[in-house]
Ligand binder design. Structure first.
Ligand SMILES: Cc1cc2ncn([C@H]3O[C@H](COP(=O)(O)O)[C@@H](O)[C@H]3O)c2cc1C
Ligand SMILES: O=C(O)c1cccnc1
Length: 356
């Protein structure tokens, strides 16, 4: 149980759904805008959702955005579900901070800021790597023999995310984009997706960063064993997160809840972020009002998680990278939906009859 007077308890208590009046005003404004009703398709839906999130119509453009990349390692990688060595986690964290990773390039393209946090890599980086030290453990424990995280580690990682979200909003960021790096983390994500959607591990588990053949079969068996050994169930979301999640997933849960409490939109990425969103939605169903699905990734858990969350993706580009890359690619489209509402003429302002 979450203590009501803890950072998580206070955050959960602060989360209420998006603003129905602002949504109704946005729907009416869409009809008044100089276009046939419905002709801007999902851009209309997005604009109305942003209005409901902000509580005003037209909604403010969700900028500047901050991409928060959390890096952690995974004990389950001792069984080799990922074809990549664990050192790649730290190398990629440094790469994201250094500006050369895919998400770094895409964030520059979208005009978003990027911050990287080590929440528990096996290898700590020197300070000049530009990665913020929020280390909780040197990776998780092997989830196929017991919980990946202790309850205290899980809570600490969630609180890192809560603090990152609150600080970002306090510094003026108006949109959050959580991302991750962590060799082995699609094994944990598949386990979370199975626990929270009921999809069997054989169907929730995908290639991740390149598992195939015997390795992919082993990965599926590891996911099934981890859920079974820990008795992970959606009925106890925090225990399930500690059992089969990662430190980066827990930190992302914190960002997702912290942003919802601050009524700031979050753009969701691939299977890792979506698996964290399933946990966060189980803790606070109203929080999903504040989340926009940036894309539907190719990893099989993505479609199942989006369906369970009731979210339609902005993009479908066949991405299977993570880092926050797909979410940040969607950002300009999300921002466009708000700009249209603020700047388009209305039939009245243009002196044109709205038609039939
Ligand atoms: C070079 C490289 C860059 C990445 N950027 C994101 N990931 C993605 O792949 C990893 C998860 O896949 P798995 O569970 O199969 O290990 C995570 O680091 C995720 O962010 C990468 C993976 C690699 C190898
Ligand atoms: O969908 C993702 O987030 C993803 C897919 C493959 C590898 N890493 C992450």
């Amino acid at each position: 149980m979450t203590h009501p007077d803890s950072p998580l308890g206070r955050t959960l208590a602060a989360i209420t759904g998006a603003d129905a009046d602002a949504r109704a005003a946005a729907e009416a404004h869409q009809l008044a805008m100089l276009k046939p009703p419905g002709s801007l398709g999902e851009l209309e839906t997005l604009g109305c959702r942003l209005a409901a999130i902000a509580g005003t119509c037209p909604p403010p453009v969700p900028a500047p955005a901050l991409v928060t990349v959390f890096a952690g390692d995974h004990g389950v990688q001792t069984h080799g579900p990922s074809p990549w060595p664990q050192e790649v986690t730290a190398q990629m964290a440094a790469g994201v901070a250094g500006g050369g990773a895919a998400v770094s390039v895409l964030a520059r393209h979208a005009g978003a800021d990027v911050a990287v946090y080590d929440v528990g890599m096996v290898t700590a980086l020197p300070e000049d790597a530009g990665v913020h030290d929020r280390r909780i453990a040197a990776g998780t424990a092997d989830m196929t023999v017991g919980p990946a995280l202790t309850p205290a580690q899980c809570t600490a990682a969630i609180e890192v995310g809560l603090t990152v979200a609150a600080d970002a909003v306090a510094r003026g960021h108006r949109c959050l984009v959580p991302g991750e790096v962590g060799i082995g983390n699609t094994t944990a994500a598949a386990a979370l997706v199975s626990v929270f959607t009921g999809l069997p591990p054989a169907e929730s588990t995908g290639a991740g960063a390149g598992a195939a053949g015997e390795r992919l079969a082993r990965k599926k068996a590891l996911v099934a064993r981890a859920i079974d050994v820990n008795g992970a169930t959606a009925a106890d979301p925090l225990a399930a997160l500690a059992a089969v999640g990662g430190l980066e997933h827990a930190a992302i849960v914190g960002v997702l809840l912290g942003a919802a409490a601050a009524r700031v939109p979050v753009v969701l990425d691939g299977v890792n972020v979506l698996s964290a969103a399933l946990v966060a939605a189980a803790l606070a169903p109203a929080a999903s009002d504040f989340w926009i699905a940036g894309h539907e990734g190719a990893e099989p858990g993505c479609a199942a998680a989006l369906a369970a969350l009731g979210l339609r993706p902005v993009l479908r580009l066949g991405l299977r990278l993570g880092e926050g890359s797909g979410a940040v690619t969607a950002l300009p489209v999300v921002a466009a939906s708000a700009t249209l509402m603020a700047e388009m003429a209305t039939f009245a302002s243009a002196g044109i009859a709205p038609g039939a």
